[in-house]
Design a protein around this ligand. Structure first.
Ligand code: DGL
Length: 284
């Protein structure tokens, strides 16, 4: 039984949709969440910048003595998963891989759509991983940058959102995909709207569900019932509407958050910077 927490991070509040799945699927696990609310969105940033932010967060989570790290943010998973896996002393999981594995299980006609932020789509992370696993797939990608602000504004039921869904997804529908990866933490909140536009023949994938199942295989998990399970939430800023947005994403009335300042990491010096953390972890 390993009581150390699982560290989860995201560019902001969106990753709470992933935390919700983890809480459901892994009820005995302690969780530490970090949302980089001061620097959100990641979806419009360069890969190098997202890598640097992700390293700083990894550094923070390792100092909290986590036993595994979950990159809940699709943009960060797409840009930085391999980098973090290479240097982390604990297992690192990402939502991109989970989405790809889930889609491979679901597709029947091998035509798969992927929607996400501009950064996620630009990295080709999904495409590259699909290619490693199967040939003959037809992949269609679409960046949907307007979805995140519409969701954060709570405009799930508005006509504007309906029009944006149509605009972004009409091509994918015409291509007759049978599977669509919701490759952004926010998009599960639009799942019903998207499904009603696409129709019943297209299955949508929320990668968080597969991710929670993958983590369940981790031998470090708590099997015994943990009565004093703890959830801690850290952010880099507490924006005005943080509590109402986070409640919507996590489906919990209220969460207590602590604001922290991350240590800066020079990406060029990452090995020197993180190796001491590794040593500290091993010494513990
Ligand atoms: N969490 C991000 C993602 O899943 C969406 C918000 C952002 O652009 O930072 O890609």
């Amino acid at each position: 039984m390993d009581n150390r927490p699982i560290g989860v991070f995201d560019s902001g509040v969106g990753g709470l949709t992933v935390v919700k799945e983890l809480m459901r699927e892994l009820p005995n696990e302690n969780i530490i969440y970090f949302g980089d609310t001061a620097r959100v969105p990641y979806g419009s940033k360069s890969i190098k910048t997202i890598e640097r932010f992700s390293l700083e967060i990894l550094n923070f989570l390792l100092k909290q003595n986590v036993k595994a790290v979950v990159i809940a943010c699709n943009s960060a998973s797409a840009a930085a998963l391999k980098l973090l896996q290479d240097i982390s002393p604990v297992p690192v999981y990402g939502v991109v891989d989970a989405g790809v594995y889930a889609a491979l299980e679901v597709t029947r006609n091998n035509k798969i759509g992927i929607v996400g932020t501009k950064a996620t789509i630009r990295t080709n992370a999904h495409r590259n991983l699909f290619m490693e696993h199967k040939t003959g797939l037809k992949l269609f990608t679409q960046a949907c940058p307007l979805f995140v602000p519409l969701i954060e504004e709570g405009m799930l039921q508005s006509q504007i959102t309906e029009n944006v869904i149509q605009e972004y997804l009409k091509e994918l529908k015409n291509e007759k995909i049978d599977t669509l990866i919701l490759g952004c933490t926010h998009y599960p909140l639009l799942k019903e709207r998207i499904e009603s536009f696409l129709g019943p023949t297209i299955k949508t994938i929320d990668p968080a569900i597969m991710l929670a199942k993958q983590i369940k295989e981790n031998p470090l998990l708590n099997n015994a019932k943990n009565k004093t399970v703890s959830y801690k939430f850290f952010v880099s800023d507490v924006p005005e509407d943080f509590l109402s947005i986070s409640a919507r994403f996590l489906e919990m009335e209220r969460i207590n958050v602590e604001k922290i300042v991350l240590d800066e990491i020079q990406i060029e010096k990452v090995m020197e910077t993180l190796v001491p953390v590794k040593t500290i972890q091993n010494a513990n």
